[in-house]
Write a protein that binds this ligand. Structure first.
Ligand SMILES: NC(=O)c1ccc[n+]([C@@H]2O[C@H](COP(=O)([O-])OP(=O)(O)OC[C@H]3O[C@@H](n4cnc5c(N)ncnc54)[C@H](OP(=O)(O)O)[C@@H]3O)[C@@H](O)[C@H]2O)c1
Length: 270
């Protein structure tokens, strides 16, 4: 199994990479700074799989064909998007990376003959409508982030999420398309603390944090799951990760419920 990890030097990605390597999967980690190569290579020491580094700046990915060139150098089975401009470089950089480059990698992956899973690390607050399982207070807190605290970030990530969802819906009508498992993992506020291995997963409360290590543990297990698909929200909770991942795969309670999926398809594929 070959996995391409975009945003490879990010904190979540650096927890995730050794987990994937321990499955005897090979990882190509895409970083923009050549100085990060040693850090990534050191993650591979003593692991079953092989890691290698591809230096590329995602803000230079301006089209699906640019993304395709990167994909084609690796021909990955699975693609993980865990990149994010993180507010550095201002709104333009956020749009270029979190929105545009993410969409180009989605387009190229869905069009490729070899990608069979795409896992996007998104954010719990990326949605337009209050879902029925969320309290008014939680929704108000998410809307504060969306409209006041991080408007460009949420707009950019929501656009990529909706594009992904539209691609999935469109693909369902294309009988010639090969199966592609599309997983939109949507953590709440990320914190740097040791993993608890206990989560709320699928449809969760709107407010809550999750450790970056737990995000990586969940992502690793979702990549192994044959069933997990759709929008999967994540915060720390009291259910063991293994149980929670199995449950979201089996029950298919897609947290996209309440959003206008047909509208997404019409918007992106008029
Ligand atoms: N912070 C939160 O509370 C929160 C909540 C929910 C979801 N998320 C999302 O979770 C994901 C992972 O988070 P994290 O904490 O691991 O983030 P992180 O540590 O900031 O990692 C993001 C990675 O993206 C890379 N990157 C940024 N711009 C790039 C570019 N132009 N070209 C190539 N790489 C670029 C960064 O590279 P450098 O190492 O060179 O800077 C960094 O390694 C992100 O998508 C984030 O948006 C965050």
């Amino acid at each position: 199994m070959q996995v391409l990890v975009l945003g490879g030097h990010g904190k979540v990605a650096r927890y995730l990479t050794p987990l994937l390597l321990d499955r005897a999967w090979n990882v190509t980690s895409v970083v923009r700074n050549p100085k990060h190569e040693d850090d990534i290579m050191s993650l591979g020491k003593g692991r079953k799989g092989k890691v290698n580094v591809l230096v590329s700046s995602l803000d230079q990915v301006k089209s699906a064909s640019d993304a395709r060139k990167i994909l084609d150098t690796v021909s990955p089975d699975y693609v993980v998007w865990s990149a994010g401009a993180g507010g550095k470089g201002g709104p333009a950089s956020t749009i270029a990376v979190d929105q545009e480059a993410a969409k180009h990698f989605l387009s190229a992956s869905f069009a490729s003959a070899y990608v069979s899973k795409f896992l996007m690390v998104s954010y719990l607050g990326c949605r337009r409508n209050k879902p029925i399982w969320m309290s008014d207070d939680d929704w108000a807190a998410l809307m504060h982030v969306k409209t006041e605290a991080l408007p460009t970030y949420v707009k950019a990530k929501l656009e990529a999420d909706e594009y992904m969802t539209a691609l999935v819906a469109k693909r369902k009508t294309d009988t010639s398309a090969h199966p592609l498992q599309a997983i939109n993992l949507r953590p709440g506020f990320l914190i740097d603390a040791p993993a608890t291995r206990k989560v709320q997963l699928g449809r969760t409360a709107g407010r809550g944090s999750v450790t970056r290590e737990d995000v990586a543990i969940v992502a690793d297990q979702l990549l192994v799951s044959a069933d997990a698909e759709g929008w999967i929200d994540l915060i720390n909770g009291d259910v063991p990760v293994e149980v929670a991942v199995q449950k979201v795969g089996k029950e298919k309670n897609d947290a996209v419920e309440g959003e206008d999926v047909k509208g997404m398809v019409r918007r992106f594929f008029p």
